[in-house]
Design a protein around this ligand. Structure first.
Ligand code: HEM
Ligand code: HEM
Length: 220
């Protein structure tokens, strides 16, 4: 039977995060840096939202539901061919990859802001002027490449899950919110969670428009 697992804010977060990542990689060119930085900042707002959601969000989005420890990962791999294997939220390896994406995206944003200040003399760190900070260029690129690696793992994981555990309809769940299990596992949001999520997404739109079209202190 169908159970509602990923609520609307989680799904909106996912597709904005994936789309913004794509844009940030398409704009890593000198002439497009303004857009690169603005969308990089939008990713920062998404990550702050996800941090909030990880502590105050619904059950399966909470970080305490991310069982990315050695024992759970071992159990998961040992039983991966068992067709009755069942994880309602993220499985342990998926949790690890996702936590990795959050941490490395945050690191990419911070090093991006440093390079933008040190090399372009723009943004909130435009006063940075030493070769030490200029060398963050390579570190920024390393973090970005690591994110690509994690996204590839994510997509391989989804494909393997589709082959081995198709009956839960996991791929579909990031569009519709629903997975299929033999028991009812539905969740719902409180008014507080709905309001804060709405507020975050409105702030994201205003902040990104400010960065793109006004004399933003983060971009100029
Ligand atoms: C066609 C492309 C994609 C598909 C079909 C897809 C599918 C999914 C699915 C099904 C889940 C939930 C998995 C579960 O139930 O454990 C998920 C979660 C996630 N995906 Fe993707 N994904 C795609 C692209 C991406 C990209 C490009 C990124 C990052 C740049 C990404 C980042 C994430 C993250 C961070 C989560 C965890 C969401 C959360 O807990 O808030 N995905 N994805
Ligand atoms: C998750 C967020 C981000 C990702 C994945 C990312 C990724 C990248 C990539 C792949 C490059 C090209 C590296 C190269 O070929 O040298 C680059 C360059 C750059 N990024 Fe980002 N970036 C992010 C966020 C930011 C932010 C927020 C800023 C500034 C506010 C920024 C500023 C820069 C600058 C100034 C460069 C040019 C460095 C150079 O001269 O090569 N990035 N970024």
């Amino acid at each position: 039977m169908k159970s509602y697992i990923w609520t609307l804010p989680t799904r909106v977060f996912h597709w904005l995060f994936a789309s913004f990542m794509l844009i940030v990689f398409l704009t890593d060119d000198d002439k497009l840096l303004k857009y690169h930085a603005a969308i990089g900042y939008a990713i920062l707002v998404l990550l702050i939202f996800r941090l909030f959601w990880g502590y105050f969000g619904p059950k399966y989005s909470k970080f305490k539901d991310f069982s990315a420890n050695k024992k759970s990962i071992k159990d998961f791999i040992k039983n991966i061919f068992n067709e009755n294997q069942k994880y309602i939220g993220h499985n342990p390896l998926a949790s690890l990859v996702m936590l990795g994406m959050f941490v490395f995206s945050l690191l990419a944003v911070f090093t991006g802001i440093i390079v933008y200040g040190a090399e372009e003399h723009k943004g909130i760190l435009s006063f940075l002027n030493s070769s030490f900070f200029k060398s963050f260029d390579d570190i920024h690129e390393f973090f970005a490449n690591f994110i690509i690696f994690l996204v590839v793992l994510h997509l391989i994981g989804i494909f393997i899950d589709k082959v081995l555990h198709a009956k839960h309809e996991t791929v579909n769940s990031i569009f519709s919110g629903y997975k299929k299990f033999d028991t009812k596992e539905d969740i719902s949001l409180s008014i507080f969670q709905k309001l804060v999520a709405l507020l975050f997404f409105i702030s994201l739109i205003i902040f990104t428009l400010y960065n793109l079209f006004f004399n933003s202190i983060f971009i100029n």
